[in-house]
Design a protein around this ligand. Structure first.
Ligand SMILES: Nc1nc2c(c(=O)[nH]1)N[C@H]1C(S)=C(S)[C@@H](COP(=O)(O)OP(=O)(O)OC[C@H]3O[C@@H](n4cnc5c(N)ncnc54)[C@H](O)[C@@H]3O)O[C@H]1N2
Ligand code: MOO
Ligand SMILES: [Mg+2]
Length: 419
């Protein structure tokens, strides 16, 4: 049985990130949320593009204050968007509005609340500092400097900055394609209209895994449920390898007589790197790779090879924990994400209830993480059956008890990973 950390590093070492030159596409900025940059982004524009006022008020040359008590107000004003203001004369000021472009000769703005108008003259009621209320050209960003680095996963704030700098389209890595199929004679598709017979259950893993793959930035290719028959499973595995960068099957990886996945993979000549992990839930986990000759035989020429096969347990929560702990990072690395995105981020939280584990495997207990008076508080669920996917509803974190750690009393801190 492999340790969790050994399994994590084995998986990440097997993943070869996409090629930034070939595995990429140029997409519209509006489609780019959550996508990963395949290139450093630079702009030819400075930001701000030109000196402008950050207040409604008056623009003037600060040095003029040494010579005159009051400034003559120019007749033309400068709203945002105006480009017609003449250069500022000596001893003059000009009415300007927020976002208005500073006229030539002006270097400072005074807020209208801080002035007194006397006829056509302006007096400052308070001292002013040179450059005040001016947003200078290039002060926030200088053209040619890297704005966002390759490997960045784009968030909303990035999109606004890219738009401001006129990046209509962005180069991003293509999204990893992840084939997903379930295994089990008991499984019925959610789409089926037939009444459930005794012994049958709905194939819920298909939905969980599709959603988690999407959340992780991949494209799920849904292949449905495959019965526990060797020929059917082998042909499903072959189809999956041929069509995707990664494969996730659920079920059939434990020690039961109908758990065929590892046997079939071995018969196909796959290399089985991991077959079980000291993690609870999620002990049976198969991680396999295929030789390039097998990949080539199954994959249309010119297509990318399938990098990794994950056989996750059928128990619904076990499948989720396997995904969160091992597959999420693999998708991030494959898809070009920064190294920091390959690993879960752990934080410490205080548990509201006693936490128990058997201690033989690293144990993941799901619950709800909240911030109360600035402290991270973890509220565990009551029932930890790996078949109880209902208990996962509303949870957002896993508490982790290391091997040999059997008890964390209420009020103590525990390592948490957000899900
Ligand atoms: N003698 C032993 N038995 C088991 C062991 C063991 O070490 N010795 N390990 C247990 C653990 S731990 C797990 S986890 C499960 C994993 O089993 P499999 O991966 O082989 O999965 P299945 O047997 O096919 O199914 C398990 C369970 O999950 C339900 N299931 C399966 N697929 C789906 C799906 N797509 N949607 C919803 N539910 C699904 C299935 O009906 C079973 O109830 O093995 C233990 N056994
Ligand atoms: O590893 Mo299993 O997931 O404990 O039920
Ligand atoms: Mg089984």
């Amino acid at each position: 049985m492999h340790s969790v950390s050994n399994t994590e590093s084995t998986i990440l070492n097997l993943i070869q990130p996409f090629d930034a030159k070939t595995d990429r596409e140029q997409i519209d900025l509006l489609q780019a949320l959550g996508r990963i940059l395949a290139e450093d982004i630079k702009s030819e524009l400075d930001f701000p593009h030109w000196d402008n006022s950050s207040m409604d008020g008056y623009a003037f040359r600060h040095a003029d204050l040494e010579e005159v008590e009051q400034l003559a107000i120019a007749s033309q004003d400068i709203p945002a968007g105006s480009t017609e203001a003449p250069p500022l004369g000596k001893g003059e000021c000009v009415r300007i509005f927020t976002g208005g472009m500073l006229p030539e000769g002006a270097d400072t703005v005074v807020m209208q609340e801080d002035v007194e108008i006397v006829g056509v003259y302006l007096r400052l009621k308070a001292p002013s500092t040179k450059g005040e209320y001016v947003r200078h050209q290039g002060e926030f960003y200088r053209s040619g400097i890297t704005l966002l680095s390759k490997g960045t996963k784009l968030v909303g704030t990035d999109l606004g900055a890219l738009a401001a700098l006129r990046c209509q389209t962005v180069p991003v890595y293509r999204q990893p394609k992840v084939a997903i199929f379930s295994t089990g004679n008991e499984l019925v598709s959610l789409a089926s209209q037939d009444p459930l017979k005794l012994g049958q259950i709905i194939d819920s893993n298909q939905y969980t895994l599709a959603a988690l793959v999407t959340q992780a930035g991949g494209i799920p290719l849904l292949m449905g449920a495959v019965p526990d028959r060797q020929e059917s499973l082998r042909s499903a595995i072959e189809t999956a390898i041929a069509s995707a960068d990664l494969v996730i099957s659920s079920g059939g990886v434990s020690v039961g007589d109908y758990d065929y996945i590892d046997r079939i993979l071995a018969e196909m000549g796959a290399e089985l790197h991991i077959q079980s992990v000291a993690i609870k839930p999620g002990k049976p986990l198969t991680v396999a790779t295929f030789s390039s000759s097998l990949n080539n035989a199954l994959t249309a020429s010119g297509e990318k090879r399938c990098q990794l096969y994950f056989g996750v347990p059928g128990n619904p929560v076990s499948a989720m924990v396997s995904f969160w702990r091992f597959i999420r990072g693999a998708i991030a690395k494959l898809g070009g994400g920064n190294a920091s995105s390959w690993y879960p981020q752990f934080i410490l939280a205080q548990t509201t209830q006693d936490l128990h584990a058997q201690g033989r495997r690293e144990t993941y207990l799901w619950g709800h993480l909240a911030w109360k008076s600035g402290r991270a508080i973890f509220d565990p669920v009551e029932n930890y059956s790996s078949g109880n996917l209902i208990s996962v509803i509303g949870t957002n974190a896993l508490a982790i008890l290391k091997v040999n750690q059997t008890y964390v009393p209420a009020g103590e801190t525990v390592a948490i990973v957000q899900i």
